[in-house]
Design a protein around this ligand. Structure first.
Ligand code: NAD
Length: 503
């Protein structure tokens, strides 16, 4: 079995032995962890079973009673310590992310930086959980709203951001006074264990064990329990549209709250007056970064007819220079896909592309080696093809030509997903059209930057089948709290609203 130094630094060396007995690991069956880097088994993890789930939920419910009474700025202090711990472990954790799910090391460390950023943001937020004050229509009455902690938040995360997505939820939920139970993807349990280890390093000495808990287990054994559990008022779930439909329905059935961050089918529109250098860099990062396994990956590229062939040529030339390989080597640009199923999905998509008469301009092959590597692919396509409407989680970029912006926007908006979008142009009217009510229908719309790589300060999420949820900055924190409207009468009378005289 492979064993790398950075695991020791995170204190998870024992995981290789399969006998890991720390409190967040369960008494269920073993989960095999295979690295996509070379396809070898690197660890076995004990999964939680329904009994472990119940223990965790009971502890969380008890801890919530105390945590909610801790003043928010004090909760922020705890999160500040977490941010510092993430800083301390940035390099090791970044490498573990690369090793476990295959993104290149720069992106792995970037992901940890995102965890640090959201924690720093949450520290400030802990002093800004503002409610509004309203003028009462009744004399000598005061009316205002306040935000209370909500309870236990269930956090279900996808494999492609095994740390950051948890942090977006957990750091904000923590300052809001919630406790949380995290079910990570079964493809990335090691990153989750390492993070929980870091959390415990900070929280246990402070007496805050149980504010953040981890539940490694299958969606069938523990995911379903969490989704149906009335003790969890909010389920924040990140993953495919298919998963979102199932979870959304189950949570709605019990009238719970869900925050859904689902699949995207993101596009860039390139106008004739755009800067080709910027376009190339943005498309490359958007389409092949994380091997096309970002929710915000660029999947469709709309090129104005007048510049279509020159941009296409340049793109093909750039693709031919991409180094594909071990994500832990510093000059690698594209690492592996996460597993064999992802490679199969890529191959299946290519078969459909061929059947639908798409023209493969470059790439299109599975690379025969240890690990799960494929060639980044460019396809000349049209919106009549069914495959371009789906999110294939792999580096496949579809090119389309257009003659005018209105037509491009209509094609752009015609898919079911609505996460991220962008336009490249220097023309003010084109910019405003793209950002107007009749422009992009996505949750994120950018100008002269690509579709991926959002900052944590804005609200992140998408419309339509992407689920409508918003995480990270702006006022996203409100979903993690319950709003209470308070009216106080300090008069000696009891006037009724709407001037009603009663009795
Ligand atoms: P997935 O849907 O296969 O799994 C996501 C998580 O949901 C996993 O933890 C899985 O175990 C869990 N899950 C699945 N069914 C469940 C059920 N019935 N009950 C409880 N839990 C269940 O997704 P994935 O392959 O891990 O990730 C890729 C997908 O995630 C892509 O579609 C991508 O676009 C999306 N994603 C979206 C965002 C966003 O912010 N919009 C961010 C990252 C990833």
């Amino acid at each position: 079995m492979t064993k790398l130094d950075f695991l020791d630094k995170l204190g998870i060396e024992d995981v290789n032995l399969g006998g890991y007995s720390d409190k967040w690991l369960g008494s269920g069956s073993d989960l095999d962890c295979i690295t996509p880097v070379d396809g070898t088994l690197i660890a076995k993890v004990k999964q939680c079973n329904p009994g472990d789930y119940e223990n965790i939920m009971q502890t969380s419910s008890e801890v919530f009673k105390k945590w909610r009474m801790e003043p928010a700025p004090k909760r922020g202090e705890v999160v500040r310590k977490l941010a510092n711990a993430f800083r301390k472990h940035k390099s090791s954790l970044g490498k573990l992310i690369s090793w476990e799910m295959g993104k290149i090391q720069a992106e792995g460390e970037g992901e940890v930086q995102e965890m640090i950023d959201i924690a720093d943001y949450a520290v400030g937020l802990s002093r800004q959980l503002y409610g509004k004050t309203m003028h009462s229509e009744r004399p000598n009455h005061r009316m205002y709203e306040q935000w209370h902690p909500l309870g236990a938040v269930g956090i279900v995360t996808a494999f492609n951001f095994p740390g950051a997505v948890w942090a977006w939820n957990a750091m904000i939920a923590a300052v809001c006074g919630d406790v949380m139970v995290w079910k990570p993807s079964s493809k990335t349990p090691l990153t989750a264990i390492a993070i929980q280890k870091i959390v415990n390093e900070v929280m246990t000495p402070l007496g805050w064990d149980g504010v953040m808990s981890l539940l490694v287990g299958s969606s069938r054994d523990v995911g379903e329990l969490l989704v149906h559990d009335r003790r969890i008022p909010l389920v924040s779930a990140t993953g495919s549209c298919h998963m979102g439909r199932k979870i959304g329905e189950a949570v709605a059935k019990r009238l719970g709250r869900s925050l859904l961050e689902l699949g995207g089918n993101n596009a860039i529109i390139v106008m004739p007056d755009s800067d080709p250098e910027l376009v190339l860099r943005a498309v490359l990062f958007g389409a092949v970064g994380t091997s096309g396994q970002r929710c915000t990956s660029t999947r469709r590229l709309f090129l104005h007819k007048s510049i279509s062939s020159s941009i296409t040529e340049k793109l093909i030339s750039s693709y031919s220079q991409i180094k594909i390989g071990d994500p832990l080597e510093s000059d690698t640009i594209v690492g592996p896909l996460v597993d064999g199923k992802a490679v199969q999905d890529y191959s299946d998509a290519l078969e459909i592309i061929k059947k639908e008469k798409g023209e493969i301009l470059c790439g299109g092959n599975v690379i025969k080696s240890d690990g799960f590597y494929v060639e980044p692919t460019i396809v000349k396509a049209n919106m009549g093809m069914q495959i371009v409407r789906e999110e294939t989680f792999a580096p496949i970029l579809y090119l389309f030509e257009f003659e005018n912006l209105e037509e491009a926007i209509e094609s752009h908006n015609s898919v079911d997903q609505g996460l991220s979008s962008s336009i490249f142009t220097k023309d003010m009217q084109s910019v405003e059209k793209f950002l107007s009510h009749s422009g992009s229908d996505c949750g994120i719309a950018n100008v002269n930057i690509g579709t991926s790589g959002a900052e944590i300060g804005g609200a992140f999420g998408g419309e339509k089948d992407t689920g409508g949820g918003r995480e990270a900055g702006s006022d996203s924190w409100k979903i993690y709290m319950r709003r209470q409207t308070n009216t106080l009468n300090w008069s000696d009378d009891l006037p009724l609203a709407q001037g009603i005289e009663f009795g």
